[in-house]
Ligand binder design. Structure first.
Ligand code: COA
Length: 148
């Protein structure tokens, strides 16, 4: 998989198609979404879409920089091959390059692969986030942080 920064012309329609298929109960994303949340796109050599991941750079009230994971989707045909791990590692690398002190992210409480992946990257479980996923069942998330 080649990881590239999002391009509207090349990626937008394909990402929205994947999102609609994998997030059927979630709202349609605003047109600006993939710019508002910087997005990395995974493509095969032939240009076919493997998946995407998004993040957000944020300052805490004390002025410390944190990178928040916003979403990751790997297309069903490409799962179980470490691509979500590669997307997480790419975001951790961006956080380190920019001097962030921490990666933070939530995942649904029953998302076994994502929770396993976060733990494999030494993520620390910070506790439940009620109603983090109002369009899913269950709605509860879990917050994890990874020190950078
Ligand atoms: C969750 C998701 C991103 C995982 O993508 P993936 O590329 O298949 O994940 P990886 O191959 O990198 O595997 C991640 C970890 O989960 C494990 N895993 C993969 N598939 C699994 C499964 N079906 N059951 C249990 N564990 C699984 C892997 O062994 C790996 O753990 P490790 O790092 O300890 O080896 C993908 O299933 C997906 O897009 N799901 C729908 C959207 C979603 O839930 N996104 C997450 C938002 S927080």
């Amino acid at each position: 998989m080649n990881i590239l920064t999002y391009s509207y012309t090349r990626d937008d329609a394909k990402l929205r198609e994947l999102y609609a298929a994998e997030r059927p109960t979630w709202p349609v994303l605003e047109p600006i979404w993939f710019h508002a949340y910087p997005t990395l796109v995974g493509l095969e050599d032939d240009g076919s879409l493997v998946g995407y991941t998004s993040y957000s750079m944020n300052l805490t009230e004390n002025g410390h920089l944190i990178i928040w994971g916003k979403d990751t989707v790997v297309a069903p045909a490409h799962r179980g091959k470490g691509h979500a791990g590669a997307f997480l590692d790419a975001r951790l690398s961006i956080g380190r390059q920019l001097g962030a002190i921490m990666f933070a992210g939530t995942t649904r409480i029953n998302n076994v692969p994502m929770r396993k992946l976060l733990v494999s990257r030494n993520a620390v479980e910070q506790g439940p986030v009620p109603d983090a996923y109002p369009h899913d069942t269950p709605t509860a998330g879990v917050l994890y942080t990874i020190g950078l």
